[in-house]
Design a protein around this ligand. Structure first.
Ligand code: ATP
Ligand code: MG
Ligand code: FE
Length: 342
């Protein structure tokens, strides 16, 4: 089964062809980071225009590189949401046109299901599983009873982890996107400025990052007002330790509470060195199998969309040609039908 997948939910235009939800024949990603850097963040209107400029070329190139004929494709998958509506629409229109012209089924796919199923590109997922989703727009603990069934156990009540990283980075004077810079500074620093851990109510799987972010901004402002040098490394390390400690503790607790056979890490912040090493160490100590996709499948890409769409395709759950972008699309609502689960 060959699925051609399209992803345009934010600032990456990507087209991939994935065989059997597992084997990536081609995965092309045109990143707009350089364009948005000048603005210090993603400008939605600019993102949409760039998607328009890239999408046709990427579609043609993906098919050419795969060595397949368009008719060899079994379905066209596209990110339906969540994301920037104008950006989503570009991919959706292209995918619809392609599906209609080739008379192939269309599969509207959830972006976060894609991030989670990026792990399937590496190995089969064992259920029940817990996924820790950490990206630019999402911070969630998701329970998966079986393939394609999603239940959100907890999520951030304010900023997403990636968003908090980018805001802290900006305060420390790092260029956009700042997450990787804060990560590097944190790992290079010998000392950590003490910062609070935000646990919320006992037993809660939710997160809150805005207070921690404000604490960092206050520290930076205080230093500047006093004319002192900002301890960038110490702050980065303190921030990272605080974030990582809470993420790891809640994810591990979820694994135990639900008897999960596997923990899946995913999303752009899965690239974070501090998080990867802390989670790897904890999982090793507690004999919890941990899956982390390689970096290229952690950030936005269409291969992960092809992997997620496959679980719908094999159940015959395809979309009609009337789908339109769903900026606030629900992950639970995208679950496969329970009765159809094998
Ligand atoms: P969503 O998937 O929620 O719609 P998104 O697709 O924009 O959001 P991703 O592309 O998955 O998000 O991740 C991008 C985020 O990951 C950015 O906020 C970036 O700063 C952050 N990030 C990337 N690498 C690292 C790192 N090493 N440490 C911390 N954050 C990082
Ligand atoms: Mg992105
Ligand atoms: Fe994403």
């Amino acid at each position: 089964v060959h699925i051609l997948a399209v992803e345009t939910s934010c600032d990456e235009t990507s087209v991939a062809i994935v065989k059997n939800g597992r084997e990536v024949l081609v995965n092309l990603v045109a990143s707009q980071i350089e364009t948005h850097k000048a603005f210090g963040g993603v400008v939605p209107e600019v993102a949409s225009r760039q998607h328009v400029e890239c999408i046709t070329l990427l579609l043609e190139q993906a098919i050419a590189e795969s060595g397949l004929q368009p008719d060899d494709l079994d379905a066209i998958a596209v990110t339906e949401g969540p994301g920037l509506v104008g950006a989503l629409l570009v991919g959706i229109m292209a995918a619809k046109a392609f599906a209609f012209a080739l008379d192939k089924p269309l599969i509207g796919t959830h972006h976060i299901a894609g991030h989670i199923y990026a792990n399937r590109l590496i190995e089969d997922v064992q259920y029940p599983a817990i996924a820790l989703v950490v990206s630019g727009g999402h911070t969630e603990i998701v329970r998966m009873e079986s393939e394609g069934r999603f239940e959100v156990m907890g999520q951030t009540r304010d900023d997403a982890v990636g968003e908090a990283y980018d805001k802290v980075a900006r305060a420390l004077g790092f260029p956009y996107p700042g997450g990787p810079h804060v990560d590097k500074a944190a790992q290079a620093s010998e000392s950590a400025v003490p910062l609070p851990r935000v646990w919320l109510e006992e037993g809660s799987y939710d997160f809150s990052l805005s207070g921690l972010k404000s604490a960092v901004l206050n520290l930076v402002n205080q230093s500047r007002m006093k004319g002192e040098e900002v301890d960038k490394g110490g702050i980065a390390r303190g921030f990272q330790e605080s974030v990582v400690e809470v993420l790891v503790a809640k994810a591990i607790r979820a694994v135990h509470e639900f008897g999960a056979k596997q923990l899946l890490l995913c999303g752009g912040v899965a690239a974070n060195g501090g998080l990867r090493s802390a989670l790897t160490a904890r999982c090793a100590a507690e004999s919890i199998p941990l899956l982390i996709p390689p970096m290229k499948y952690c950030t936005d890409n269409a291969a992960m969309i092809g992997a997620a769409a496959y679980i719908k395709w094999i159940r015959g759950e395809v979309s009609d040609l009337y789908i339109k972008g769903e900026p606030g699309m629900s992950l639970e609502g995208w679950s496969v039908e329970a009765a159809a689960a094998p």
